[in-house]
Design a protein around this ligand. Structure first.
Ligand code: PTJ
Length: 249
C-alpha cells in the first residue's frame, strides 16, 4: 500500500500500475524499462506538461477532429497507465481503438482487450489482424484492415521508431506521445506531444471538447500552422532553461 503522503506518490503510483500490469500479463517486461527511460525525461520536464506540449495538444485535437478514420493505437503500457481516458478519447472523437503490440502474443492481446472493455470500450480492433503494414518487420506490422491499415490519422504512445516511419510512409498522419524529444518517433511523427501519457490524454480530451464545434477551415488552419520541428526545438530549450533554473543557487 502506497502512502499518499509520500513526496513521490504520483511517480510511485505510476510504477505500481506498470508492475501490476506486468503481473497481470498486459505489459511486456521491456515496457518497464521503456517506462524508466520515460521517467528520466519526465524528471527533466519537472514532471509538468511543458508549454510546447500544449501547442502540440491543440494541433493534435484539431487533426483528430478533422480525420475521417482516426485510430488510437494501444500497447501494453498505455493499456495500464490510462485505459479509461483512452477509451473516453475514442468515444468523444468517434475514433477506433486498436491493440498493436511490439511483443505480440495472443494471450497479451486478450488480456489488454479485457482491460479496455472493463474500462468501457465497446469494440476493440487488432484482435485478429487482417492486414500487414509495409515497412516494418516487427509484430507491429499486424494490423486491422478497418483500423490502422485504412486510418488517415493514428494516435500512438510509447512507440518504436520503425512503425512510426512505416505509418508515415503509408501516407498517414501520426500523433505521438513520447517523453523523449530526441527519439526517432518524436522526430518522425507529424505531431509529437512531449509529455507523460498520464497527463497528456486528459489534456487532449479537454482540448477536443473545446474545439469540437470549431469549423473545418479553422481546424485545418490550426493544423497547417503547426510545425513539429520548431515545437521540438522549443521543447529542448524549455528543458535546458528548466535545468539552468534548478542548478542556480
Ligand atoms: O506493449 P508492447 O509489446 O507493444 O511493447 C511496448 C514497448 C514500450 C516495450 C515498446 O514500444 C518499446 O520498446 O518502446 P521504446 O522504443 O522503448 O519507446 C518508448 C518511448 O516512450 C521512449 O522514448 C520513452 O521515453 C517514452 N515513454 C516512456 N514512458 C512514457 C513515455 N512517453 C510518454 N509517457 C510515458 N509514461
Amino acid at each position: 500500500m502506497l502512502p499518499k503522503s509520500h513526496p513521490r506518490f504520483e511517480s510511485l503510483r505510476q510504477r505500481d500500475l506498470l508492475i501490476e500490469g506486468y503481473k497481470a500479463g498486459a505489459t511486456a517486461i521491456a515496457g518497464l524499462i521503456a517506462f524508466g527511460r520515460g521517467e528520466a525525461y519526465d524528471y527533466l520536464l519537472g514532471e509538468k506538461t511543458p508549454k510546447s506540449a500544449i501547442t502540440a495538444i491543440e494541433a493534435s485535437a484539431a487533426l483528430l477532429l478533422s480525420a475521417k478514420n482516426p485510430v488510437i493505437s494501444i500497447n501494453g503500457n498505455t493499456a495500464v497507465l490510462c485505459p479509461r481516458e483512452l477509451v473516453k478519447l475514442s468515444e468523444i472523437l468517434g475514433a477506433k481503438l486498436e491493440i498493436n503490440l511490439f511483443y505480440r502474443t495472443e494471450k497479451r492481446v486478450g488480456i489488454i482487450e479485457k482491460i479496455l472493455k472493463e474500462n468501457g470500450a465497446k469494440q476493440v480492433y487488432g484482435i485478429r489482424p487482417t492486414a500487414e503494414l509495409k515497412g516494418t518487420e516487427s509484430e507491429r506490422r499486424k494490423v486491422d484492415r478497418k483500423g490502422i491499415y485504412s486510418a488517415d490519422v493514428v494516435f500512438v504512445a510509447l512507440e518504436d521508431g520503425d512503425r512510426t516511419e512505416a505509418l508515415i510512409s503509408a501516407g498517414k498522419k501520426v500523433i505521438a506521445v513520447d517523453l523523449n524529444p530526441l527519439s526517432r518517433t518524436a522526430k518522425t511523427a507529424s505531431i509529437t506531444i512531449v509529455d507523460n501519457i498520464i497527463r497528456a490524454v486528459p489534456l487532449l480530451i479537454e482540448t477536443v471538447k473545446k474545439l469540437k464545434h470549431t469549423d473545418k477551415a479553422e481546424l485545418e488552419k490550426i493544423v497547417s500552422n503547426y510545425d513539429n520541428e520548431k515545437t521540438l526545438k522549443s521543447m529542448g530549450a524549455e528543458i535546458l532553461s528548466g535545468l539552468k533554473n534548478q542548478s542556480q543557487p
